[in-house]
Design a protein around this ligand. Structure first.
Ligand SMILES: *Cc1c(COP(=O)(O)O)cnc(C)c1O
Ligand SMILES: [Zn+2]
Length: 484
């Protein structure tokens, strides 16, 4: 009998500081450089040895793993050797995340947009956002660490624009002891669905006034002063897990992404960082022959990364911004913690694939919500951030940045249902003024009430059905009855 084999390869991981270059051992919980407070990345010192396997051989191994029956390899860890090759099979938590479908835009939608594209529906992950990719990695690592170090309680903490806390609560509740989960949310700045998720998973939810950036500062102090595990994207293990998005997309297109444009919303910039890093790893290993192009998208209400790259190279100064309310609420971040990672990876991308390989596009709130509505009226399940990607693509088409025979992949980072309140505000024309969204009444779609509430009183179900059918026919203008 042929048996699936869990990879035997093990790497040697360490944290590397992007500020001072110092390294720190991977079996510690560190989220900022203990020496200079800089942003960290994880590096596998053994990675160069993976090049002893040819790109062709890797492709065969990875394609072979598509049929695995080992649960630990069914999710992000199909790409085990490239992510966190120190965790063992027994530590890996898989809750059904990853391998989300890439759905081609309907021909009618493609015609409206003027470019051919697809959505990668990362809202089809278990907690309904891409955050599950990173959480699967971070929580698997924590399990490994607890086992190695015999820890009997680890307090897991995160600040969130909604989806990180949903994912953190889900994954830690699956593991249970020794993990305990506390999430900090900006009061009133997450959707009711996103608030319900950690509550449902049994996490302790603490609400603070302010916006995400304020909660993030609180969590940073907590992580620096007390022994807690931080589950924000400052946690470099999360970035590793999120690299799987790029790897899956490359595999989906049979390892050729040379004519692909990837559109990614930028909030804390963890996702776009991870996606670039994932493609670079595949490129370095010869698994893909050419890098795709990456477009980051930001709303004009939270656009620090756009502002930075909008300037000529010698005039660029990094400056956080104060955010204004945004329908792309999960990306409403004025001081993205991963910005130094973006700068480092964008440079690598541009060095390898030319100046067009990494660009940032800015869109307006009105464009974001209307792009989402447009997408969803053509069979998609895009969230507002997915709408932001489509708005970015439409802007890029207008700016002449998209070649004729290229194809775009848009990240719908969450499921539309998480952000349905923004759709409702659009349909009901109830946006507070600072969103700067003016609904177009032609796009509104509202339920129509037929019959009075007491219409069923005193008649039998057959009579009621007859009455109902007549009311529907009248409303739809079906005036000719078909004789049978
Ligand atoms: C977190 C999140 C983003 C922003 O991603 P970053 O990694 O913070 O840039 C976008 N969309 C959704 C749905 C999210 O949950
Ligand atoms: Zn440092």
């Amino acid at each position: 009998m042929k048996q699936d084999i869990f990879p035997t390869w093990r790497g040697e991981m360490e944290y590397v500081c992007l500020g001072c270059g110092k390294t720190w051992p991977a079996d510690q919980l560190v989220y900022a450089c203990p020496s200079c407070n800089g942003v960290l990345l994880l590096r596998d010192k053994m990675f160069p040895f993976l090049k002893l396997v040819t790109g062709e051989e890797w492709r065969l191994v990875l394609d072979g793993r598509m049929g695995t029956r080992i649960n630990a390899l069914r999710g992000i860890f199909r790409f085990y050797e490239f992510l966190a090759p120190i965790v063992d099979q027994e530590d890996i938590v898989w809750l059904g995340e990853a391998h989300t479908p890439i759905v081609e835009a309907a021909p009618q939608l493609r015609n409206v947009v003027g470019a051919s594209f697809a959505y990668k529906n990362d809202g089809q992950n278990p907690s309904a956002s891409f955050k599950d990719r990173g959480m699967a990695c971070a929580v698997s690592y924590l399990k490994w660490l607890c086992r190695k170090k015999n820890l009997d309680e680890v307090l897991c903490v995160c600040a969130s624009t909604g989806d990180t806390s949903a994912a953190a609560a889900l994954y830690t509740s699956y593991v249970g002891k020794p993990l305990r989960c506390v999430v900090l949310l900006p009061r009133g700045k997450v959707t009711p669905q996103q608030l319900a998720q950690p509550l449902g998973s049994g996490a302790q939810v603490l609400e603070l006034p302010g916006v995400f950036d304020d909660c993030m500062r609180v969590v940073e102090i907590l992580a620096a002063k007390w022994p807690v595990a931080l589950l924000n994207s400052k946690n470099s293990w999360r970035i590793l897990g999120q690299e799987s998005y790029a790897m899956e997309a490359a595999q989906w297109y049979n390892w050729d992404v040379s004519d692909q444009f990837f559109f990614v919303p930028i909030g804390n910039a963890g996702n776009i960082t991870a996606i670039m890093s994932g493609f670079l790893k595949l490129y370095e290993l010869g698994i893909i022959k050419k890098l795709p192009r990456i477009f980051g998208v930001q709303s004009s209400h939270a656009d620090p990364v756009f502002r930075y790259y909008d300037k000529p190279e010698n005039e660029r100064v990094w400056q956080p911004v104060t955010v204004r309310p945004s329908v792309a609420q999960a990306a409403m971040i004025g001081n993205p913690v991963s910005f130094p990672r973006v700068r480092m990876l964008a440079e690598k991308f541009i060095d390898t694939a030319g100046p067009a390989a990494f660009q940032v596009i800015r869109v307006e709130e009105q464009e974001i919500i209307e792009a989402m509505i447009l997408a969803n009226r053509h069979g998609n399940i895009a969230c507002t951030q997915g709408g932001e990607c489509l708005a970015g693509l439409m802007r890029a088409v207008k700016l002449g940045l998209i070649d004729e025979n290229s194809h775009a992949v848009l990240d719908s980072t969450a499921h539309s249902l998480k952000f349905v309140d923004f759709q409702n505000m659009y349909f009901n024309d109830s946006f507070p003024p600072d969103y700067e969204v003016r609904p177009n009444p032609d796009l509104a779609n509202k339920p129509v009430e037929l019959l009075s509430p007491d219409a069923a009183n005193g008649i039998d179900p057959a009579q009621f059905a007859e009455l109902g059918a007549r009311a529907v026919a009248e409303k739809l203008g079906l005036n000719k009855e078909v004789k049978k």
